[in-house]
Write a protein that binds this ligand. Structure first.
Ligand SMILES: [Zn+2]
Length: 107
């Protein structure tokens, strides 16, 4: 069931150890970098949250650099692609997924 993307990031920057994102509808989301990395939706890190928003994922080995954001870009008009300092960059965080990760923002 395709759904239209109703919001997109208007601004994004790293502030300290958080990824700060301002959405096109004015909502501001702050993601601790560690939380953002642990929520990586790529196949290796595993999956997406279930309907309750819980994330079940396989065991992944993280190092200190895993939670340092080297850079990020937006791809395809629908997703955020972070590059982490341990070289991991295969996670595409769809905007809807990012929005769901922020429990303070309503989707
Ligand atoms: Zn990943």
């Amino acid at each position: 069931m395709p759904e239209a993307v109703r919001f997109h990031p208007a601004r994004a920057e790293v502030i300290g150890n958080e990824f700060a994102l301002v959405w096109s509808d004015g909502v501001e989301s702050y993601y601790p970098l560690e939380k953002l990395r642990r929520a990586c939706p790529c196949a290796a890190c595993g999956g997406e949250p279930d309907v309750m928003g819980h994330i079940q994922r396989p065991h992944v080995n993280y190092g200190p650099q895993s939670f340092e954001l080297r850079s990020f870009r937006f791809v395809g008009g629908y997703a955020l692609q972070p590059t982490w300092n341990d070289g991991h960059d295969s996670g595409l965080y769809a905007f809807r997924y990012l929005r769901a990760l922020d429990e303070h923002a309503s989707a």
